[in-house]
Design a protein around this ligand. Structure first.
Ligand code: GLU
Length: 478
């Protein structure tokens, strides 16, 4: 079997995390089977589709490393193909023109509501005579095209995630509109279910992998495949992404689009890794992997039916792991834009040596990239302000004496290395008969203006390399 899958986003918003996760599953499945991944932009909704959303979607997919083999194809450029299919269905008596006005449809729905029935089209124009049709046209009415759906049909398919699924024709809302209203003799703009089926046939799609919110559409689409004389592809409906309360993930949960996660400082590697875990787990239960590694193990047998709860802690953990493992040069490239935006003064070329040092110092403590700004502020600025705890620390009676001793020993040291710095702390502790903790905490308060932060010795080395440590010690002593 040759595998061809597709992602079919509608450019009516930025790349949503749900769509991106669908993209991840499609990509993994395609790679696992050595198949192809096609990208199709479903921009038939001309009012809501925007080129900037298409750009955002393409950018997001590229950033995540979800490269596609064909496309992007645009539905807006393929209207004739869909209209031809609508015409075929009309010619074969499987579809018909419905002349109902919006007011009539509204009245129908209200009557159904009053009778406590589910809203549906009651198929009232299914069997109009040519004379009746002509009468409507003479009134100046336009017509949508509807596809016949028999109430007593059973639609059954074997979903790769959810097993056997069964739908009753009577639960599909009556004969389905497949083309918008148009003047007599014309076919209006084709609608979603029809266009999807025509495209999936035309593109030889073998597996349709998409969110479970499309299950009812699948039932309708299977009927369209039949009507067009084609075999339906396999379907896999992936679980929805939920928040911690089990509700659909929304803006209020912090972020919903890939660009928002990117702006929050998540790496593509961690986000892609995390999305693969949203509903899937590899057979070895590994949690950290690249998409390439995941592709080797991916299969729908390990995709959950239940909604996938979004777990920020796990994403943060993964992001931290990715950042901690980056070679320092790559980490530095990611950090520089944040430092620049924070207004820190440096020259990326000239100051490279101490920038590398800073990246090394803060790297192990990073969770997301923007953390780097506060973590490294004391290492960039010329002089520091003391926060409250640092002030308290520096107010302790013995502290000026301790810091004076450090200053003096530093003055005697020709080159401050890691060992030399440790040695100074050790000697001061011993000579002044104070606790090592007191020396360390005071030194940190004096050098960085805070009593916590990244590794003290490494921070001191950076400040020394920049020639800032002596002045800070003097200031703290006074
Ligand atoms: N355009 C649809 C969406 O964004 C695609 C559904 C499908 O994959 O068929 O939800």
């Amino acid at each position: 079997m040759s595998v061809r899958v597709r992602l079919a986003p509608s450019p009516t918003g930025n790349l949503h995390i749900g769509t991106a996760r669908t993209a991840v599953f499609n990509w993994l499945f395609a790679k696992h089977h050595g198949g192809q991944f096609v990208l199709r932009i479903e921009d038939t909704d001309l009012e809501r589709s925007k080129p900037e959303f298409t750009e955002n979607i393409l950018d997001g997919l590229r950033w995540l490393g979800l490269d596609w083999d064909e496309g992007p194809l645009y539905q807006s450029q393929r209207m004739d193909l869909y209209k031809n299919a609508v015409q075929t269905l009309l010619d074969n008596g499987l579809a018909y023109r419905c002349y109902c006005t919006p007011e009539e449809l509204k009245a129908m729905r209200e009557a159904q509501k009053a009778a406590k029935q589910a809203p549906r089209y009651d198929n009232r124009h299914r069997s109009l005579t040519p004379e009746q049709q002509k009468a409507f046209e003479d009134e100046g009415r336009t017509a949508v095209v509807r596809f016949k759906i028999d109430d007593d049909r059973q639609i059954v398919w074997n979903d790769l995630v959810r097993g056997t699924l069964t739908w009753k024709g009577s639960d599909l809302g009556g004969d389905m509109a497949i083309a918008r209203a148009a003047k007599p003799g014309e076919i209006g703009q084709p609608l979603y279910n029809l266009a999807v089926v025509v495209d999936d046939i035309d593109m030889n799609i073998s597996h349709v992998i998409r969110g479970e919110d499309h299950i009812a559409n699948t039932a309708k689409q299977i009927l369209l495949y039949e009507a067009l004389g084609k075999t339906a592809p396999e379907f896999a409906h992936t679980p929805l992404i939920l928040n911690q309360k089990g509700q659909k993930l929304s803006k209020r949960d912090g972020a919903t689009s890939v660009s928002e996660f990117r702006n929050l400082g998540y790496t593509a590697e961690a986000l892609a890794n995390y999305m693969a875990l949203l509903g899937w787990s590899p057979p070895d239960n590994e949690e950290r992997f690249t998409l390439g590694e995941a592709a080797q193990k991916f299969g729908f047998d390990r995709v959950n039916k239940a909604g996938a709860r979004f777990d920020w802690d796990k994403l943060n953990w993964l992001n931290g792991q990715v950042l901690h493992d980056l070679p320092v040069d790559e980490l530095l490239e990611k950090l520089i834009p944040y430092w620049k935006a924070a207004g820190f003064e440096f020259d990326a070329e000239r100051d490279r040596a101490w920038l590398v040092q800073i990246a090394q110092v803060i790297g192990p403590s990073l969770t997301v990239l923007p953390d780097a700004v506060e973590m490294s502020r004391a290492l960039f600025v010329q002089s520091v302000e003391y926060d409250e705890k640092a002030q308290q620390q520096l107010a302790i009676e013995q502290v000026p004496e301790v810091l004076t001793a450090v200053r003096d020993k530093l003055a005697e040291t020709s080159e401050l290395t890691e060992d030399a710095a440790k040695d100074i702390i050790k000697q001061v502790t011993k000579e002044l008969k104070v606790k090592k903790g007191l020396v360390m905490k005071s030194l940190r308060a004096g050098l960085t203006g805070s009593v916590q932060g990244p590794d003290l010795i490494q921070s001191w080395l950076v400040l020394n390399a920049r020639g800032l440590d002596k002045a800070r010690l003097e200031k703290a002593i006074s």
